[in-house]
Design a protein around this ligand. Sequence first.
Ligand SMILES: [Zn+2]
Ligand SMILES: [Zn+2]
Length: 311
Amino acid sequence: MKVLLFGTGGVPHSTPKRSSLAGIRQIRELGLDCMELAFVRRVAMGERTASEVRRAAEEHEVRLSVHAPYYVNLNSHEADKVRASRQRILQAARVGWLCGAQSIVFHPAFYHDDSSEIVYERVRGCLVELMEELRAEGNESILRPETTGKASQFGTLEELLRLSKEVEGVAPCVDFAHLHARTGADNSYEEFAALLELIEGELGRAGLEDMHIHISGIDYSSAGERKHLNLADADLRYVELLQALRDFEVAAWSSARVPAWRKTLCLCRGLIAVWVSTSRGSQGFCIWQLVTEFSQLSHYRAGLTSINQLL
Ligand SMILES: [Zn+2]
Ligand SMILES: [Zn+2]
């Protein structure tokens, strides 16, 4: 039996008064089921709000994850920047845990002039220590370094799979738009299937049954990611991607951000989530985001219906 779940990344644009609490209610109002708390500038939420968020999420049965601040670089050559980066990840994980979120997504590092291997060792060392600290606090967060959209950024799928195998509590966040933007490839059924095979080969079935995925349209150049776009305005072949995810019986969840100016258009980011109950009884999420534009709720609901049929 497969059950579909729907959700958004960040507070839905259609939320009247934008706050995490209002966002959770709006998720339910829109018939969605999950949301990624976007702490992308800083982690400003206090303990009291976090426990309110947790209660609201439980009450409305909205599942939460966290995106840590963008200002993270575990390979900075300035020691205080590495320290600050580590603190940002820890803070996101601590507040996320209070909110009832488990997955903490972040962009791990830049290569600068260092080799992939050197950066890998630095990032791995940091993550081992961060995990130790979190576990010692009783925090069961999963740290999810994200596949990044530029060749200058650490975060190929191969690097993240290796980290996931070597560090307890680490798993990848697979941003398919970023993977596509890095090289211009990874944009066909065969390529998506190859990526999923790679994940299964490295992490086993468990790797496919506990995925965290970002999907959106993306503008890119030879240097990689420029900015996120709505799927309708971009070249990502998301129907083929959805088909590959279906064929591999992937279970996961996701979010992505659209340009801020779109807030004024009363956008609702449609995030599609699929809950997969396997015949073996294990359950997981499969969520993916269709960044779609709906000016009215009725359009949105019609879109949701057609997406359901697509799936
Ligand atoms: Zn991200
Ligand atoms: Zn992303």
